[in-house]
Design a protein. Structure first.
Length: 480
């Protein structure tokens, strides 16, 4: 870093001054800073960096950001800045009712007024859960200070009985299975502990991952920040790098208005479309562009969409992978977007059609042959649950209600049928009215024709099949 602002050029100098000659207010501000326990050498003449933290005990997407703020501070100190942490509203998509969308603009206003009214030279914005990303960037854009966004990061993939779960999608799928009688209380209690396994926002390409990827395409994060899993050690390093970066931006006087240009928003739209991201991005990107003084309309989305193919096979738009796979496959650097900025002339989407033919695609791309190493972990196909349980559930009688079934926590012995005979995945389609000739759950021949298999009597692996409630439908046009 070659260019550094003099102390008098810093915005915070208007509060602190440079001695008694600066006046009563500056004297008061310096005295109150001593009250906070800071030495003059720790802050005077240094860029003051506000760390806006949406951490909260009630927000599982951001519950780790208190620790990440310490990493940001570490980077700021190392770069010669003076970090100050500010708590701001937390928008929890999970708990806040009726919807956090009612409070997006409230967080944007809080961000704007906080940055405008305090002696800060730059800001690090910490968020990631759905509306937090646009709210923080909207507020910071209105103030137009140097700013870096630190995404909260996706949570770890969910796991249940050998299946990989997406928190934002499989919840609805298995709830419908429970309503249909395919799952009981035992299975639902297991799912509660396996669906969301760590801090971080949803690990599917929902609103949270879509908007953090868009923020990276806009150029307001350090490269690669948007897809790092929340509990990965790389996330801590990314937060420290953001602290280093913001001090550099302050000294270079590189404000958000220099970054949030029309080309940057076209890159963000290109990213959303290429990832098959959430349609909520339309609402938020238009609002963010408005705060940045850029005109972005639905016509722009339509125009760009006609030249950009869907490149990422990430659930729910895709059928296979989750955000951890996306990260280790090369994150957004594998998309035809320039990283890091400054970008070459012209918005990136103009090159998307040509680059889509290149062998640089994510796993599962339907447009080209993937170049991702074979070691990339594959995911089970969404919507195809395995009937084989990790523990042997107790086989209920044919009269047992699906919701009253209980499971045994003791694994089946190696010689039991539950480990030697496996059921195929149960169909989610109601059986036809024609008389069945095979077990609807495992496909074994039924002992007799007609409306057979109303219980597990015809099934070679009744304890396994009953865990998927095959006794409920089992070849009958209507549940028994």
């Amino acid at each position: 870093m070659t260019d550094r602002k003099s102390p008098e050029e810093l915005r915070s100098h208007q509060w602190y001054g440079s001695g008694v000659s600066s006046g009563l207010r500056s004297f008061s501000h310096r005295a109150r800073t001593r009250q906070l326990g800071y030495l003059p050498e720790e802050h005077l003449g240094k860029p003051v960096i506000a760390i806006l933290n949406t951490w909260s005990d009630i927000n599982p997407c951001h519950v780790h950001l208190r620790d990440r703020a310490q990493a940001v501070k570490r980077g700021v100190w190392q770069a010669g800045g003076f970090p100050l942490e500010f708590p701001v509203s937390t928008l929890s998509e999970t708990f806040q009712k009726p919807t956090p969308m009612l409070y997006r603009n409230l967080l944007a206003m809080e961000t704007e007024e906080l940055l405008r009214s305090y002696p800060v030279d730059g800001a690090v914005l910490m968020g990631g859960c759905d509306k937090s990303t646009p709210a923080l960037l909207m507020g910071a854009a209105s103030v137009d200070l140097p700013a870096v966004f630190v995404p909260a990061g996706p949570m770890l993939p969910g796991h249940w009985r050998g299946e990989t779960l997406g928190s934002g999608t499989d919840m609805w799928k298995y709830w419908d299975d429970m309503r249909a009688g395919l799952l009981g209380d035992c299975e639902m209690q297991e799912l509660e502990s396996g669906l969301a396994r760590s801090p971080g926002h949803c690990m599917t390409m929902g609103t949270a991952s879509t908007l953090t990827a868009a923020a990276e395409a806009l150029g307001v994060t350090v490269p690669g920040a948007s897809s790092i899993p929340a509990v990965d050690s790389g996330h801590d390093r990314m937060a420290a790098a953001a602290g280093l970066r913001i001090v550099e931006l302050v000294h270079r006087d590189r404000k958000l208005s220099d970054i949030l240009t029309a080309d940057a928003f076209e890159d963000a739209v290109t990213t959303v479309l290429g990832l098959g991201g959430s349609t909520n991005a339309v609402i938020h990107l238009i609002a963010m562009a408005g705060r940045a003084g850029v005109t972005l309309t639905l016509d722009d989305f339509d125009r760009i969409a006609r030249t950009v193919p869907v490149l990422a096979n990430v659930r729910p738009g895709g059928r296979t992978y989750l955000m951890e796979d996306f990260h280790f496959a090369g994150w957004t650097a594998r998309l035809p977007l320039p990283h890091p900025r400054p970008a070459p002339p012209g918005p990136a989407h103009r090159r998307a059609r040509h680059d889509a033919r290149a062998d640089r695609r994510l796993p599962g791309s339907t447009t080209t042959t993937s170049s991702v190493p074979a070691t990339t972990r594959s995911r089970p196909r969404a919507g195809s649950p395995s009937c084989a349980a990790t523990s042997a559930p107790t086989a209920p009688s044919s009269s047992t209600s699906p919701r009253s079934r209980t499971c045994s926590s003791t694994p089946a012995p190696p010689s039991s049928s539950t480990t030697t005979r496996r059921c195929s995945a149960p169909s989610t389609t109601r059986p036809s009215a024609s008389p069945p000739t095979a077990c609807w759950c495992c496909g074994a021949p039924a002992p007799r024709a007609g409306r057979a298999c109303r219980s597990t009597a015809c099934c070679p692996s009744p304890t396994t099949c009953s865990s998927r409630a095959c006794a409920t439908w089992s070849g009958s046009p209507t549940p028994a």
